[in-house]
Design a protein around this ligand. Sequence first.
Ligand SMILES: Cc1cc2nc3c(=O)[nH]c(=O)nc-3n(C[C@H](O)[C@H](O)[C@H](O)COP(=O)(O)OP(=O)(O)OC[C@H]3O[C@@H](n4cnc5c(N)ncnc54)[C@H](O)[C@@H]3O)c2cc1C
Length: 374
Amino acid sequence: MSGYDTIIIGAGIVGISAALSLKDLEPNLKILVLERGFLPSGASTKNAGFACFGSVSELLEDFRYMGEEQTLNLVAKRYAGLAALRARTGDAEISFKQSGNYEVFKTGDDEIFETCASFIPILNQKIETITGEKNTFNISDANIPKFGFKDVSHLIFNKCEGKLDTGKMMHKLLTQARSKGIDFYFGAEVRKIDEEINKVVIHLQSDMVIEANKVLVATNGFAAQLLPELEVHPARNQVLVTHPYKTMKFSECFHYDRGYFYWREIDGRILIGGGRNLFPEIESTDLMQVNTAIQNHLIEMIKNWISPHEFPGIDMQWSGILGLGSVKYPIIKSVSQNVTVSVRMGGMGVALGTLAGLEGAKNLLGMHQDQATA
Ligand SMILES: Cc1cc2nc3c(=O)[nH]c(=O)nc-3n(C[C@H](O)[C@H](O)[C@H](O)COP(=O)(O)OP(=O)(O)OC[C@H]3O[C@@H](n4cnc5c(N)ncnc54)[C@H](O)[C@@H]3O)c2cc1C
């Protein structure tokens, strides 16, 4: 045996949160996290840092496809997940700010805006029990001029959302895990998992083998590489960061087109991402590569209408992998006697990840029912 009671595969927000929750629940457990990158190399270090739970157009679509109950359940989980993350790390340590986020509607988007606007009273009423606020969403067109956008007709403000610094969040979680005696092996790629009598055998690269009593798989968009039977599909997202602006006209986060596009200010620069809907087939991949056509589209968005007054050029670009499914609900369940999965964060794992880690940990300890729709 390896001497570890539990091995977690994947050092993203879900894997590290699960390790921390296991330690809270069973302080004597010996826990090892295996991560194939030399740093956490999934979406948790590549995301935009929106502390969000859904824009109106996105939630409207979810109501239609997932139904009201599941959508509101998921919003509640995202909201609770954010609260749990903030309680664990502290707001200052991750630069969390409840700045409120905006959904943007361009000139020509009038039909979708009108549909969203008429949905706001219903949504506000239904969401009040989650946020504790009477008017979570409201139309905020008066703010359009101050942001300097061109060809934008409407804004919907969500006062309960915010932003955080992703790098600081992951650094804090890693530091907390190490301080609690949780071990990490980086550069350790898991190739196969075998459940045997009373132990789980993990096969790594170079024919190395390591064993544990129980295993939690937290590899999100890469989950199907190890467990192809899971209904988790990878989806790539492109991200760009500009050089610093001389005059930055906003400090908030913005969603556009049902959440397919998003941008924010960070350290006096614009971070912009998304656009996988432009090339859905090509972007249904777990290969972290740059898609030049999408990146050019994002640059044109900045130049033409997000910040037409100034363009300092692009400083950095990368891509990251989401874990999606036919529904946005996560899969948190046992896949065999001693192996649990907590995957498929549906593109909002910053919000959902802390709770998904806790629920995965409880499932592993037999304290929590399976939660899965697939
Ligand atoms: C560009 C982008 C922007 C995003 N923006 C936001 C946002 O603003 N707000 C929000 O809430 N969510 C956002 N998300 C989604 C969010 O980042 C993810 O849902 C969340 O990080 C998933 O966390 P995770 O721990 O489940 O997975 P990951 O962070 O992907 O972690 C999985 C880990 O498993 C490792 N791994 C995979 N296979 C193996 C293996 N075989 N052996 C060992 N290790 C393995 C990977 O290297 C990775 O580190 C964004 C995602 C992307 C890609």
